[in-house]
Design a protein around this ligand. Structure first.
Ligand SMILES: [Zn+2]
Length: 107
């Protein structure tokens, strides 16, 4: 049976089509507005909240990525660190469970 996967936010941003600027929310209560004030974003990597002036147009540029069910509640930094340890060359695991040290080349 395949593991259940879900979506997590990687970037929370939107492009205002009135002034062409792109406000991006970096954390939960980070409220950002475009240059003209028509499009605002909030929520960081927890949720995508949009406040848009009536009649204004915007393009949602948020980015999402898939995580497994057991990663859903982990901090994003932990998920990214785990994936980097899997793909970067020269990284070993000390005990088979925790990420190990980066093996440095000796001159
Ligand atoms: Zn704008």
């Amino acid at each position: 049976m395949p593991l259940e996967t879900r979506q997590r936010l990687l970037r929370n941003r939107a492009k205002c089509l009135e002034c062409s600027t792109i406000p991006e929310s970096l954390h939960r209560h980070d409220f950002r507005s475009c240059k003209c004030g028509a499009v605002c974003v909030e929520g960081g990597l927890d949720y995508t909240k949009r406040m848009v002036r009536p009649g204004a147009q915007f393009e949602d540029l948020s980015e999402w990525f898939e995580v497994s069910a057991d990663e859903v509640d982990l901090p994003l930094t932990v998920i990214i660190a785990r994936r980097l340890f899997r793909i970067l060359p020269g990284i070993r695991e000390l005990d088979g469970q925790s990420p190990g040290l980066i093996q440095e080349d000796k001159p």
